[in-house]
Design a protein around this ligand. Structure first.
Ligand code: GLA
Length: 378
């Protein structure tokens, strides 16, 4: 209910929505019901109504984001002929996102994206035990990560949505009460900008990201194997069988991990056991914005750049997609149906002293910005 009231308050301030949204939540089976301005009811969870917000830049680019899990539901960008298509995977209804098997489609991931080995870490000699949810390790924040909570809507206007979530001390085993704020903006430069901040009252690991599954063909190609990827990363973090980094930083040059000059995603994928699911170390010297990756889909002409302040990027080729999930277009989603480029701290950093620290201290502010920027090529 708090979220609902805050939405009403925001709508007064921004004048872009009508008030009157704190009526009893309606149990509805409809997928998306048109409501006020850029807000639609997306569904209900218990007593809570969750919403889908449409953000646009007036130039043809449009994002739809829900306060359930801060999830990016849709992302529409023009192809080289100016025809817009949805370039991210998702479901047609909230129920899809609530399935146990939902592989984090479009979600905001926290408090710690990717894996923490053996569901344990220590800070200042004190050991913390987390919920193991991935072969004994903790993946994407645990059993109920930030992707599975209803975020508070702090502000909304035509192009931007500000969300916040306060994770209590001890949630999923993590120390400290953490307040995270995430702002989604569709920019005039055709970018989807995601700005994340967080503060904690105790030392705690923090690693926030978005888990969008991109397929730049906009529904035309069933897989991303033909898309051309460039990763501005001379090194990556090799992993063991449980996908936990060994601690080494290995050079990519002349290996299947080498995307420095750009190549089709499918070119060497058969030489990588299970497909790509690795953290790449972005070539950068400071914590400012840098170009980490770009993807080109020749069929549609769409070109996407990924800019970030983060040290790493998880390149994942949807290896665990197996045809059992049905997407928004009603089609089954095959293996490699999409790719993820999750900007992040390196996986398992809380247990890897040689990696850049992911520990947030009281009084500090965690801040990361990532922009997925779109254009087309002839
Ligand atoms: C990340 C992980 C993958 C997988 C997906 C979600 O990309 O690295 O191993 O867990 O999330 O399915």
């Amino acid at each position: 209910m708090k979220a609902t009231l805050t939405i009403a308050f925001s709508s007064l301030i921004f004048g872009s929505l009508l008030v009157g949204c704190n009526q009893a939540p309606e149990k509805t089976k409809e997928i998306v019901v048109m409501e006020n301005g850029n807000r639609k009811v997306f569904g209900t969870i218990g007593q809570d109504t969750v919403y889908a917000y449409t953000l646009q830049n007036g130039k043809g680019m449009k994002a739809v984001v829900s306060n359930y899990g801060g999830t990016l539901l849709e992302l529409w960008t023009p192809d080289r002929s100016g025809v817009t298509g949805d370039v991210v995977l998702g479901y047609g209804a909230l129920e899809g996102y609530l399935q146990k098997t939902n592989p984090y489609f479009g979600a905001l991931v926290g408090r710690y994206a990717n894996r923490i080995a053996n569901a344990k870490f220590s800070i200042d000699g004190k050991q913390y035990t987390l919920a193991p949810n991935d072969h004994g390790n903790t993946l994407h924040g645990g059993l109920k990560g930030f992707d599975k909570v209803i975020w508070v809507v702090d502000q909304v206007n035509d192009s931007s949505l500000a969300l916040s979530y306060t994770s209590p001390d001890g949630e999923e085993g993590f120390p400290g009460s953490v307040t995270s704020k995430v702002v989604y903006t569709v920019t005039v430069e055709d970018g989807l900008k995601i700005d994340y901040t967080a503060q904690s009252d105790k030392k705690t690991p923090i690693n926030l990201t978005n888990h969008a599954y991109f397929n730049l063909s906009g529904g035309k190609d069933s897989t991303i194997l033909q898309e051309e990827l460039t990763l501005h990363a001379s090194k990556y973090t090799p992993v063991n069988a449980g996908l936990i980094p060994t601690g080494q930083l290995a050079p990519v040059e002349n290996t299947p991990m080498d995307f420095l000059k750009g190549k089709k995603v499918g070119k060497d994928i058969d030489q990588v056991k299970g497909g790509y699911d690795h953290n790449f170390v972005i070539d950068k010297t400071d914590s400012g914005m840098a170009l980490a990756a770009s993807v080109y889909d020749e069929g549609s002409g769409r070109f996407m750049e990924v800019w970030t302040t983060q040290p790493g990027i998880q390149f994942y080729t949807g290896n665990f997609l197996d045809g059992s999930l049905t997407g928004r277009d009603g089609k089954r989603i095959p293996q490699h149906g999409a790719l993820c480029l999750e900007t992040q701290h390196f996986p398992d950093s809380p247990n890897q002293p040689s990696f850049p620290t992911s520990i947030l201290e009281p009084g500090q502010t965690y801040h990361q910005t990532t922009i997925y920027r779109f254009s087309t090529k002839k």
